[in-house]
Design a binder for this molecule. Sequence first.
Ligand SMILES: Cc1cc2nc3c(=O)[nH]c(=O)nc-3n(C[C@H](O)[C@H](O)[C@H](O)COP(=O)(O)OP(=O)(O)OC[C@H]3O[C@@H](n4cnc5c(N)ncnc54)[C@H](O)[C@@H]3O)c2cc1C
Length: 612
Amino acid sequence: MPSYKAPLRDMKFVMQEVLGAGEQLAALPFYKDNETADFDLLSQVLDEAARFVETEIQPLNQTGDKEGCVRDEQGNVKTPTGFKAAYKKFCDAGWTALDSDPEYGGQGMPHLISIAMNEMICSANVAWGMYPGLSHGAYAALQAVGSDELKKLYLPHIVDGSWSGTMCLTEPHAGTDLGIIRTKAADNGDGTYSISGTKIFISAGEHDLTENIVHLVLARLEGSPSGTKGISLFLVPKFIPDASGKPGERNGVVCGSLEHKMGIHGNATAVLNFDGAKGWLVGEINKGMNHMFIMMNAARLGTGLQGLGIGEVAYQNALAYAKDRLQMRHEPRVSGEEADPIIVHPDVRRMLLTGKAYSEAGRALALWLALSLDTEAHHPDEAKRKEAGDLVALLTPIAKAFMTDNGFNVAVQSQQVFGGHGYIAEWGMEQFVRDARIGQIYEGTNGIQALDLLGRKVLMDGGKKLQNLAGTLQAFAEENEGDEHIGDYVGQLGKAAQQLGSLTMVIGQKAMQGAEGADEVNAAAVDYLRFFGHVVYGYLWARMAKIAQEKIDAGQDKDGFYLAKVQTARFYFAKLFPETKALAATIKAGNEALAVDNKAVFGWEHAALAHA
Ligand SMILES: Cc1cc2nc3c(=O)[nH]c(=O)nc-3n(C[C@H](O)[C@H](O)[C@H](O)COP(=O)(O)OP(=O)(O)OC[C@H]3O[C@@H](n4cnc5c(N)ncnc54)[C@H](O)[C@@H]3O)c2cc1C
């Protein structure tokens, strides 16, 4: 059975030594006044979170996968054994309220802490974690754009965990393209709406963990324009709350079936049928897509954490196995047995170091974004809030796609360390691979994240957000280019950052060539995001190596923690970062090699696409 130990030391290293979180949070009056900015307190909360996750949630991961969720004929869904009891303990201990607003019963803790805890939950049991995870997204959207009445009625229950939330976008014919959804809303004339339609693939769409489920549903109000400009957001509770706020009458939304799927078996993926269900408008009519983006952005970062968390736990288990498994002799011999532990073989070390390097850089990115979210929400200076918000907007698609792609790759590499045993269910490694795969697909596929990054966040913005980040990288490079230890990394990073700028210009110029330009952007986007991801990870690795080296030089590395950082940085720049060179070549190759003769290559043709 796989095990998990929360990487607390590494989390605190990033928070305090790399990001200076204590000082930064103390500059935000919201946390200072709430007395939640004190890093010693936050550190204790993290220790307690780790204890809870390791003992209450992680032991349910394999059984949850085996049992899955079961739906009865009335559409009720039972979650796997132990999920409900663990969820109750989670709520009773106040974990659902961690970073929520005290006005609604929250503890007002920084995102920094909730995001670190989220990573732990994703390592321990990603399927279980999706129940509170989606509620958190629903909370964020309602809090940002809901009316005062809705907030007062719903938020305290979502915050204390007694009610959960969902995100209902996808329909059988509409996934990426939400502009063509068919779910309808009719105005009842009394402040409510009748919602009818079918939503599919709804995570945590039906279950037995909470008294009520609050669905946030995208639908088109009668008479609204077609496309995304005519979509509104509605709140549809499973049970309509009575005047006292207790779940009352059953609403017209039922779970028609559960999907049988590759992984995350412990999470119910529901088909939901809305049949004249009573709903309430959230935010403004026809602004549903904008409002839903609040929830989707939170969920995208949450999905990135799934990649990070699964990669971390898969790596931890591969490392333990590699120390134990004796296979093939190595010179010099390190064991008195007939074979040596596989950890001595360079190719096994490559797989392990890949896991370590991607997990630790991913953690640094996630916590950097978490602190930026705190700054964006609470900094007294508007310019600082905007700067932090721009950084979050720019890096969210990278956090989602780069972290889930790497997380899946790390899960596969860690499984590979186990050889044939990695393919056998009892070791748990194949579950990590299956569970990690969905992160690359949902919340907008990683291809769509790449288009969001290149099209919307970089080109449509005239490169402004990118330039701000480039300024940060430039300043770091100038300060450290002659450094004896990290000068080489800074040199590589500086070149890649410059190349990112020039590649952006080339794609930007091609983008202006009408329809062909759009195809050029589409053709480049995935490689562009991966290139960009390496630049961000390279920056974070160089920063971490610099700090670690300073500790070593000051004689403060008692247990080798800082040496491990310095050497993992060296591995990253020698073995992973050079992928940027291949990516630059494939980005430059553009759309030409994709514009093949449709008939010859695909056995399909269309007059409008006369490629040769
Ligand atoms: C287990 C699971 C849980 C889910 N949970 C939820 C949930 O809670 N709520 C919810 O609303 N949805 C949920 N989804 C749906 C998920 O978000 C969608 O499946 C996903 O966004 C992709 O949509 P699609 O499946 O319709 O694929 P499509 O949109 O049909 O895409 C197919 C392929 O075409 C590519 N593609 C499409 N358009 C373009 C383009 N313009 N340029 C380049 N490539 C393109 C895509 O990247 C993809 O590779 C879930 C799905 C699964 C499997």
